[in-house]
Design a protein around this ligand. Structure first.
Ligand code: IVH
Length: 686
């Protein structure tokens, strides 16, 4: 391809990708599969790397991220990014309406919107191309986070149509949908990392990250809610917003035009009730005067427009009595204080426990046993204590003092520099840490040992049969058969539960352990429970080093050289293998035959070509067994599920396939392909 042909092809691919991006992220109606989308992106990126001078700043490849920003330059906003005046009461909304009517007469139109709980950004477009993205900062100047904002797929890099002003700014809110937030926290929990408090703070932190490829992986979303410019097509907010939608912006569907205060109230009430049904957090509604001339007439105070007001929902908050504080010790030794409360109904659920985070939090609240505390369920997933009603403090109430020794093993706690949490350093002798590590080891995503669960592990530990995960492989039938334990319920008056290991269970456990010896190296590595080494990092390390010996011998520099492995992961790996006890456990596991290296086949013929694609297999495939086909798809990054849904990428049809799957695929527009097609997909010739 010569340069001119490449230029045309880059243009064609960019247009096509942006179009599909819009279908997917803005309209939520994808037209092609993720696989086909990725293939287009690969083609574009290949051409751009061959002809780097043809890379455009609005190329869709910018969405993948990769650029590192050490320090974000400051930008002065062309027009100040003001905030809204807030209120929590209907009366103040009525007073706002009265002021507006007094100034403008009775012919008023409001636009009511949701108040998204995220981070405000301003994005500038020149001739339809995104040229700048900035944070609000102090309202006058913010940070230039253009590279990071380009990875947010709901924000167009290039506009559609041709009737947009040559220069304008659009403002909106970037946020993290609750599901993305929960997934992120689940992954962090697996890796033994500290959990993130709520989607809003996480969004703010993410937008300020130096590595834009991490930002790209965080699944941020955005709604746009204000246009600023001299040549906007309409003289009112609502019509411009709808026009912006035509240009490719993700404009919220939760918008209503209201003429009376009652209509405004209805909007407020509806969303206060329905807020939990949205896939993202909101903290109120915003009421804006629609007409620009009317807005100008009302003008601004020093801080906020007089033509708009935010009605904030009351935090979902209740008062409850603090009965006691207990302390939980996690797998990594971190000690978390938990408040035990007299049960109270909060935002539809009964709350009995609330997080107290750490010792500093307890100090700050000046907490006493018997206190009446305010429990709040805000954006945070776990309810938290936000204050104490000191007027109700019982006489002589005892002050809560953070423990100095581990509640489980009495070891004096330590606090590492720069960390808020206290740790029990007795990693090898503290029961919940020992148990936590074994339970992690047998987990579904780690060694996935059938027949073993948390309660059985506790039983084996209490009977002195298992002190670490290597001991599991020394278990014999005679040790297991006949073991019994009665578990008391947490609830007063709740039922007792008895677990006992009979013949069948004992056999299952032993078979499960035997079977786990074929679990691939990357999962064994995850199972070891090295702090910060979650599933993804374990996989990266496994494929980078190939076997455990190489990883154990790796130097600090060699570890840091692995993509996405930073200083804390490196330190943690070095510390783990420096421990003689850990090395001894590893040698015992090795002697038992666990997989400590990638299989040659695992390395050969592996690819990520089918990453993001979901397959359903139906029928038979001649020579190739269904298990082999499954392995082939998985080896190339594909995922196999059992039934066809709208999320299925392909139905792989063999001989003698039943009619029902085929009908369902036809109904949901899922492509039906044969084995040849799959082979071509993997080979990249499809
Ligand atoms: S309009 C001049 N509309 O609330 C007014 N703001 O306190 C410009 N926000 O910083 C803001 N949803 O981050 C507007 N539908 C919405 C909003 C919204 C959330 C945030 C925004 C702003 C803050 C104002």
């Amino acid at each position: 391809m010569n340069r001119e042909e490449a230029r045309k092809e880059i243009q064609r691919l960019s247009d096509l990708i942006e179009q599909h991006n819009h279908h997917y992220y803005v309209e939520a109606k994808p037209v092609i599969s993720d696989f086909e989308f990725d293939a287009l992106m690969q083609q574009l990126m290949a051409l751009e790397s061959e002809f780097p001078e043809l890379l455009q700043p609005d190329s869709p490849s910018q969405r993948v991220g990769g650029a590192i920003t050490k320090e974000f330059p400051t930008v002065v906003h062309k027009s100040a990014m003001l905030s809204l005046s807030n209120t929590y009461s209907r009366e103040e909304v009525a007073a706002f309406d009265e002021r507006v009517r007094k100034a403008l007469g009775e012919n008023i139109e409001y636009v009511c919107e949701l108040k998204y709980d995220g981070v405000a950004v301003g994005v500038t477009y020149e001739n339809g191309i995104m040229v700048l993205g900035a944070t609000r900062g102090d309202g006058t100047q913010g940070d230039d986070i253009t590279t990071n904002l380009k990875t947010v797929r709901a924000i167009p890099l290039r506009l559609r149509g041709n009737d947009y002003p040559a220069h304008f700014e659009i403002r909106g809110e970037v946020f993290m949908p609750r599901e993305a937030f929960e997934q992120l926290n689940a992954a962090r929990e697996d890796a033994g990392e500290e959990l993130l408090a709520n989607p809003r703070n996480t969004t703010a932190g993410t937008l300020k990250m130096q590595d834009s490829s991490v930002v790209a992986s965080r699944k941020l979303d955005s709604y746009l809610y204000a246009l600023i410019g001299n040549d906007l097509p309409f003289q009112n907010h609502y019509d411009n917003l709808m026009k912006a939608k035509e240009w490719g912006f993700k404009v919220p569907p939760y918008v209503a035009k209201c003429r009376t205060l009652d209509e405004v109230y209805r909007f407020m009430e509806t969303w206060e009730k329905e807020r939990n049904s949205l896939p993202f957090d909101i903290d109120g509604v915003v009421i804006k005067v629609n007409d620009y001339a009317a807005q100008r007439e009302l003008g601004f105070t020093a801080k906020s427009p007089r033509w708009a007001i935010a009605f904030k929902f009351k935090a979902q908050k209740e008062e409850a009595r603090l009965l006691s504080v207990s302390y939980q010790v996690g797998r990594t030794g971190a000690v978390t204080p938990v408040a035990n409360l007299d049960p109270v109904l909060l935002a539809g659920t009964t709350v009995k426990r609330a997080s107290l985070h750490n010792s500093a939090q307890i100090e700050k609240l000046d907490l006493h046993i018997g206190d009446s505390v305010f429990v709040e369920k805000g954006g945070d997933i776990i309810p938290k204590i936000v204050g104490v009603n000191t007027t109700l403090r019982p006489d002589g109430a005892e002050k809560v003092v953070f423990i100095t020794r581990c509640p489980e093993c009495e070891t004096p706690l330590v606090q590492e520099e720069g960390e808020a949490a206290h740790y029990c350093p007795n990693h090898m002798g503290c029961p919940p840490q020992i148990l936590g590590r074994i339970v992690h080891f047998i987990g579904r995503r780690a060694m996935d040992i059938e027949g073993l669960g948390e309660e059985t592990i506790e039983l084996l530990y209490e009977k002195g049969l298992v002190h670490n995960y290597a001991d599991l492989y020394d278990l014999k039938y005679v040790n297991l058969f006949g073991l019994e334990k009665v578990i008391e319920s947490d609830e007063p008056g709740g039922k007792q539960k008895k677990i006992s290991i009979r013949e069948k269970t004992a056999e299952n456990i032993l078979t499960g352990l035997e079977k786990s010896k074929t679990v691939p190296f990357e999962r064994v590595l995850f199972a070891l429970g090295i702090r910060f080494v979650g599933e993804t990092v374990a996989k990266k390390l496994a494929y980078h080093f190939g076997d455990l010996n190489k990883l154990m011998q790796a130097s600090e520099e060699e570890l840091l050289a692995v993509h996405e492995v930073g200083q804390s992961i490196t330190d943690s790996i070095l510390a783990f293998f420096a421990s003689e006890k850990n090395r001894e456990l590893i040698e015992r596991l090795r002697a038992k035959g666990l997989q400590f290296a990638l299989h040659a086949e695992a390395l050969e013929g592996r690819s990520e070509t089918l990453k993001g694609l979901t397959f359903v297999i139906s029928g038979t495939f001649g020579e190739l067994s269904r298990d082999d086909l499954k392995a082939l798809l998985e080896k190339n990054g594909g995922k196999i599920v059992s039934s066809v849904s709208s999320k299925t990428s392909y139905l792989v049809a063999g001989d003698d396939m039943g009619p029902s799957k085929k009908e369902k695929a036809a109904k949901l527009n899922v492509p039906v392909v044969d084995l040849e097609h799959i082979k071509a997909l993997i080979a990249g010739t499809s």
